[in-house]
Ligand binder design. Structure first.
Ligand code: FMN
Length: 209
C-alpha cells in the first residue's frame, strides 16, 4: 500500500500544486465508519484496504509556499524569472478567492480581455471552477493509485456513492475539504464484484478528427 500510495503522488497536477490528500484507513473504527458511509456497498465492506481521496483546493497557498521552498532548496537557489513570475503572480491570480468575489470579477475581466486578442484560458473564475479543478487533481491521483495497485497485482474499485459529510466528520476534515471518492483495494472477492466488464462501442468514445 505504501508503494502504491507513493506512486499515486507521482500523478500530474495543475501547476504541480498537488491539492489533494490520500487517507489510508488504518484505524478499525474509522475504517468501519467510512465503510458505512459508502452506503455499505459490497466492495467497501469486502475490500482489504480503503483510501479516501480528498480534494484540498483550500490548501493551495500552503502547497505553493512548500513547493517554492522545495524548488529553491529552502531559498538557497532562486527560481528562474519565468517560474518566479508564474508562482509569484499568475498562480495567485488564478487561485485567490475572497468573500465578496472581487477576484472572480478580476479573473473574468482578464480572461475576457486577453481572450479578445488570441487563445487564452477561461477558467478558473469562480468557486465552482475551483471545485472542478480540485476534483480533477484528486481524480488523477486516484487513477494513478488504481494503476499502481493493478501493477502490484491487486484490484480496486472507485466509490462515489457515499456520504461525504460523514466521511469528513470521521476524518476530522474542515468544511472546505471535499471527498472526491473512496478507493476500495485488495484481492478481489466474488461478493465485491457486480458483474462482467462491459464498455460502449469504441466508436462512441474514440474520435479521430
Ligand atoms: C468516480 C467513480 C465513482 C464510482 N462509484 C461507484 C459506486 O459508488 N458503486 C459502484 O458499485 N461502482 C462505482 N464506480 C465503479 C463503476 O461503476 C465502474 O468503474 C464501471 O461500472 C465500469 O466497471 P469496471 O471499472 O469494472 O470496468 C465508480 C466509478 C467511478 C469512476
Amino acid at each position: 500500500m505504501r508503494d502504491c500510495l507513493r506512486d499515486a503522488t507521482l500523478a500530474p497536477s495543475s501547476s504541480n500544486l498537488q491539492t489533494y490528500e490520500l487517507y489510508w484507513l488504518r484505524d478499525p473504527q474509522k475504517r468501519s465508519a467510512v465503510g458505512d458511509a459508502c452506503l455499505e456497498q459490497p466492495m467497501a465492506e469486502t475490500a482489504g484496504e480503503l483510501v479516501v481521496v480528498v480534494s484540498r483546493v483550500d490548501l493551495w497557498r500552503r502547497n505553493l509556499e512548500k513547493l517554492v521552498d522545495v524548488m529553491t532548496q529552502g531559498g538557497a537557489r532562486p527560481l528562474t524569472p519565468l517560474l518566479n513570475d508564474y508562482y509569484g503572480r499568475i498562480v495567485p491570480l488564478l487561485m485567490r478567492n475572497d468573500p465578496l468575489g472581487f477576484n472572480n470579477i478580476l479573473r473574468r475581466c482578464v480572461f475576457w480581455y486577453r481572450g479578445l486578442r488570441g487563445p487564452f484560458i477561461r477558467s478558473p473564475v469562480n468557486r465552482g471552477d475551483h471545485r472542478v479543478y480540485g476534483h480533477i487533481q484528486a481524480s488523477l491521483a486516484a487513477q494513478t493509485l488504481m494503476l499502481s495497485l493493478a501493477a502490484h497485482g491487486y484490484e480496486s474499485c472507485p466509490i462515489g456513492g457515499l456520504d461525504p459529510r460523514r466521511i469528513r466528520r470521521t476524518l476530522g476534515l474542515p468544511g472546505k475539504a471535499e471527498v472526491t471518492m473512496v478507493i476500495a483495494a485488495g484481492r478481489g472477492k466474488a461478493k465485491g464484484l457486480s458483474g462482467p466488464r462491459v464498455r460502449l462501442d469504441e466508436s462512441d468514445l474514440i474520435k479521430e478528427v
